[in-house]
Design a protein around this ligand. Structure first.
Ligand code: SF4
Ligand code: SF4
Length: 431
């Protein structure tokens, strides 16, 4: 199946049938330096707590967001060398601390939490905020936002689904760290009163399933359900996942109807922070597609994407005229013509893919785009109104609910640019 890429004029091929790698044999990459931004996601400067030439250890906070106090930290130990402007995968440039690795791997540890009953809800919430952990399945959303006190969350869905045709190794990485979730569940029960924990995997994830079942036997007092949920197109976003458990609809976040969704990796890293005081240092990045040896790389965030491809992707014939580099996943990941951008905690990997000119056909009114839209929109209608610039009609189509998930484009047999049209129409109406 082929589909055009969001925000681009290119089409790529998606192979039929997902290749799930059941053998985890990663390459570990220790970089000479990492780049950590000194501005937040809104380009506001952090309250810096360190300066040039300061020595840092792993997990050391380098600055905090001014309004929320959310920390940014170093994933390696070393020295802050200089401030440089670096490109990011969303095509922006941000000022960063360049931190040179001393290869000592020394940790700056936060104090761990022990008995959940000895902390107030506020203590636990602030502790989660201070972890600096961002949701892996998002574009830099700190996980404390999943547990805002104003919501009455009763169910936590732990997303461990391999959700796109290329990437999926993270689940093998997380399978090795599964015990951390047993530490964190009692704290989340205390924090939000959550009484149902559901780990969602898909039926093909045999390794992960067996590791979860094996580990469960050692923790009889902590209960959670394992649910097998079929893959729903390449983009398995929160809305699709919640649909498996609730018929209720929500507007912006599932917390509105008592659900919260967190990735297995983020939850495990929170467990590790609770009991070892360590912020996440290593992440699993996939290098797949048109490379000689598709592989997985364990590396800190803050490295250039080219670091991974140059070292691991030896043997690949890179031809910048024919290849695209997709950050993270093929549906919502942004296509890059080169690898000069920083990998962040939310980056899942790099897909190297051939590009070719798209062939677009007329809409055949098959209705597939409507069936797959998790926001219950009518993408084909939005597309047609948008092309005719019928603003009044667009205003009636609930377009602000579009999450840009890419499902509609993925299934459209006519290769119509549904996702980018919907997202652009949404932005247009906001102006
Ligand atoms: S209209 Fe928006 S939310 Fe619906 S499938 Fe398309 S991209 Fe996803
Ligand atoms: S999936 Fe494509 S061809 Fe089918 S109704 Fe939607 S826009 Fe038309």
């Amino acid at each position: 199946m082929s589909f055009h890429l969001f925000s681009s004029n290119h089409v790529i091929d998606i192979p039929k049938g997902k290749k799930t790698n059941e053998v985890f044999d990663p390459f570990t990459y220790e970089p000479k330096c990492v780049y950590v931004p000194i501005t937040d996601n809104n380009r506001q400067y952090l309250d810096k707590v360190l300066r040039i030439n300061d020595v840092v250890k792993k997990g050391k906070v380098i600055g905090r967001e001014k309004v929320t106090n959310f920390p940014y930290y170093s994933p390696i130990s070393g020295r802050i060398k200089e401030i440089v402007e670096m490109p990011f995968s969303d095509f922006t440039f941000r000022e960063c601390y360049k931190i040179e690795n001393d290869y000592l791997s020394e940790w700056d540890l936060e104090s761990e939490l022990t008995n959940p009953d000895s902390y107030s809800r506020g203590d636990i919430y602030n502790f989660i905020k201070n972890s600096g952990i961002v949701e892996r399945d998002s574009n830099f959303k700190p996980i404390y936002k999943l547990f805002e006190p104003e919501f009455n969350i009763h169910t936590l869905i732990i997303n461990a689904i391999e959700y796109n045709p290329y990437l999926g190794v993270e689940n093998l990485f997380t399978a090795n760290n599964i015990d951390y979730i047993y530490y964190v569940i009692p704290f989340l029960k205390r924090l939000s009163g959550i009484n149902r924990f559901i780990i969602c995997i898909n039926p093909s994830q045999k390794v992960l399933e067996s590791k979860i079942i094996a580990s469960k036997k050692s923790y009889n007092d902590i209960s959670f359900e394992i649910k097998k949920v079929d893959d729903a197109y390449p983009s398995f976003n929160s809305r699709n996942l919640v649909r498996n458990f609730s018929k209720e609809r929500y507007n912006l976040v599932p917390q509105e109807i008592g659900y919260s969704v967190i990735s297995l990796f983020s939850l495990e890293m929170l467990g590790r922070f609770l009991f070892e005081g360590k912020r996440p240092d290593l992440f699993c990045y996939d290098l797949v597609g048109e490379v000689k040896n598709p592989t997985f790389v364990i590396a800190p965030f803050g490295i250039l994407a080219s670091n991974i491809v140059n070292i691991i992707g030896q043997g690949t014939t890179y031809n910048e005229d024919n290849l695209l580099y997709l950050e993270s996943d093929p549906i919502s990941g942004l296509p890059h013509s080169n690898l000069n951008y920083i990998l962040f905690p939310s980056s899942k990997g790099i897909i190297v893919t051939n590009k070719y000119k798209k062939k677009v056909y007329s809409c055949i009114n098959c209705g597939r785009c409507i069936d797959v839209c998790p926001s219950d929109l009518i993408p084909v209608k939005i597309y047609k109104c948008s092309k005719k610039n019928s603003i009044k009609k667009l205003e009636k189509l609930d377009i602000n609910k579009c999450s840009g998930c890419g499902n509609c484009s993925y299934v459209c047999p006519s290769n119509l640019e549904l996702t980018s049209t919907c997202v652009n129409a949404k932005l247009k109406l906001k102006d």
